[in-house]
Every structure is written in C-alpha cells, then in structure tokens.
Design a protein. Structure first.
Length: 117
C-alpha cells in the first residue's frame, strides 16, 4: 500500500496481501492494526479511525497473507469540508510477539459534494 485518495463519507475496501521477499506471509494467529491519525503525536485512542480483526479488518486467507480493511462511511463523514491529510500505518503482530509495520503513508481525504446520504 502507498499513499491513496478517498472521498469523505465513502466506504472504501482495501485488499492487502502481505509478502516477504515476494513470498506469501502467513497471518495464522496474527493480530493486525490499521490506524489513521492527523499527526504522529496523536494517541491511538484519539485516532480518526483504527481497524482491527473483527472490527474493519477481515482475514480472507491467513495462510496466504490476505486480508481486507474496510474504511466505513462514518469514519470520514464528519471530517472538514476541505482536503485533509491523515497519516496511516498497518502493523502485524505475529503469534510469537514480533511486530512489523507492513505499510505506511498518507490518506488524502477529499471533500464530497453530495451530503444527502
């Protein structure tokens, strides 16, 4: 994953495959976090949104390192009506306790025109 653009109030589903040296990486027994914040100093509890397995993250094939992250419409609906940049990262904690950041960058949240939804 890299920087990407979404629209305020839209539902976005990201498909992720974790690889190490171009080989599939097992997520069996792993924990996963996808966190978006306005700044690095923002605490996790004050993040714009944070997704975990069962709450926005669905492991679709653990043996092959595949999962989805769903950013719901409500995660960004109340954001400002101007372009906003959020910082994000995605971390995996193996069953043995090792933690890896598998992606990071910016989410650019663009304003939307239709607010009737």
């Amino acid at each position: 994953m890299a920087d990407f653009i979404i629209y305020r109030g839209d539902t976005v589903v990201l498909s992720v495959t974790v690889t190490v040296k171009e080989e599939e990486y097992s997520l069996v027994g792993a924990e996963i976090w996808f966190t978006a914040k306005p700044s690095y100093s923002t605490l996790d509890a004050a993040a714009q949104f944070q997704k975990t397995i069962g709450d926005g993250i669905a492991v679709t094939d653990a043996a092959k390192g595949k999962f989805t992250v769903t950013i719901s419409a409500t995660d960004t609906y109340s954001m400002a009506s101007s372009k906003t940049i959020l910082l994000y990262d995605c971390q995996v904690k193996e069953s043995g306790g090792n933690v890896y950041t598998i992606a990071s960058g910016n989410i650019i949240v663009m304003p939307d025109v239709t607010r009737a939804t």
